[in-house]
Structures are given as C-alpha cells and as structure tokens.
Design a protein around this ligand. Structure first.
Ligand code: 5GP
Length: 211
C-alpha cells in the first residue's frame, strides 16, 4: 500500500510574498508538486496559461463549480480562484506531496476536507512592509490596492486556524522555515504509523521465532 502524500497549504494576505516564496522553494523541493489554480482574473504580464494559472471565463469557472471539479474555490477581489480537484487527489493517492498556494477562504475549505494537511500562514514582518510590497508590484490600481491592503488585517485574524506561522522577512529564510516544517511533518509519528507499526509487528514475530 502506498503511503498518501502530504498536502501543504500555504496562505496569507496578499503581499505577504506567497508567490515569491513558492517560486524560490519549488526548485529546491523536487518531491513537492505544485497545484496550478484556475482563475477568472486577467493574466498579468509574463504570466502563462498552465504555468501560473489556468485562465478561465466566469462561465467556464461556474461550470467547473457545478461539475464538482474544484477542491475549493473563492471569490477574491472580484475574481474567482479555485483548485482543480483531480490533480490533488491523484498526486496524494500516488504518495506525492502537493503544495497549494491559496487564499484564506480557500484554505479553510481545504482544512475541512483534508484535516491532516499542514496549514502554513505566511505573514509580512510589518504592515508598513506589506503596503510597500503591494505597491511595489506596480500591478495594482488604487482601488485594488485599497481592497488588498484592507483585507490583510482582517485575514490575519484567522492565523489561529493554521498549524504554523512563518514571517517572510527574507525570502530565503522564509523558504528554509517552510522546508523545515515540511520535513518535520513528514517525520511526524502520526504520519508514519504504518511504518512503525510494521516494525513493532516484525519485532514481535522475531521474538516468537527465537523462543
Ligand atoms: P493573485 O491575483 O495575486 O495571483 O492572487 C490573489 C489571491 O488569490 C492570492 O491570495 C492567492 O493566494 C489566491 N489564490 C490563488 N489561487 C487560488 C486558489 O486556487 N484558490 C483560492 N481560494 N485562492 C487562490
């Protein structure tokens, strides 16, 4: 029997640096698959279909909701975002670990369906830094900046529903902290029950054969 993969959910407010952290971390963790989300948002410059997102119309997205094709979905800043269910299910069943980079509403839905996942909340070192980062992207209108910044304080109230909180003061440090969390989770007793139970069983059988 294949041991199920680990589902890692990374979320946090817009501007915390989830995207940057994932981009830096994924090449260093070949055993961690990345779930590409669907969205109805317009592609930003340089974003590619099937690499950053699967870009959908609202009609296509609503069709996916109706067909139960999404593990979770949410309306974030006026656009739909969602995680395709099949990829996650198939990877986990094959014993591979999967990373979701999603918003808080989505993470809480996933937690209800996969309580054994590991839920990591990424935060900026300060609200001043958060503001700088959102503005620094240069992709936000004044209206969308206000929306994103205004949601951040509200979203941080959900930290207690997560397993870990990681401060993204420097990308490399944040990546290392997340890598450590994943490695620790993969070694946790509760995730390795089958292995140690088999060892205990073998030990008992051996003890009998030497009698
Ligand atoms: P952005 O438009 O900046 O790429 O993403 C906006 C927000 O949507 C971010 O907080 C991002 O984590 C979140 N997001 C991206 N993909 C998904 C998804 O599949 N589901 C949910 N719930 N949120 C997502």
């Amino acid at each position: 029997m294949v041991k199920k993969g680990l589902l890692v959910v990374l979320s946090g407010p817009s501007g915390a640096g989830k995207g940057t952290v994932c981009k830096a971390m994924l090449p260093t963790m070949p055993d961690l698959g990345y779930s590409i989300s669907c969205t109805t948002r317009q592609p930003r410059e340089g974003e590619q279909e099937g690499v950053n997102y699967f870009f959908k119309t609202r009609e296509q997205f609503e069709e996916m909701i109706r067909n139960d094709e999404l593990l979770e979905w949410a309306e974030v800043y006026g656009n739909y975002y969602g995680t395709p269910l099949r990829y996650v299910e198939e990877e986990l069943a094959a014993g591979r670990n999967v990373l979701l980079e999603i918003d808080i509403q989505g993470a809480l839905q996933v937690k209800r369906k996969y309580p054994n996942g590991v839920f990591i909340f990424l935060i900026p070192p300060s609200l001043a830094e958060l503001k700088k980062r959102i503005l620094g992207r240069g992709t936000e209108t004044e209206e969308s900046f206000k929306l994103r910044f205004g949601s951040a304080a509200e979203e941080m109230k959900h930290i207690h529903e997560y397993d870990y909180v990681v401060v993204n003061d420097e990308v490399e440090k944040a990546v290392e902290r997340i890598r450590c969390i994943i490695h620790a989770e993969l070694c946790s007793v509760k995730r390795n029950r089958e292995y140690y139970m088999r060892l205990i069983q073998e030990g008992q059988n051996d003890a009998v054969s030497f009698d």
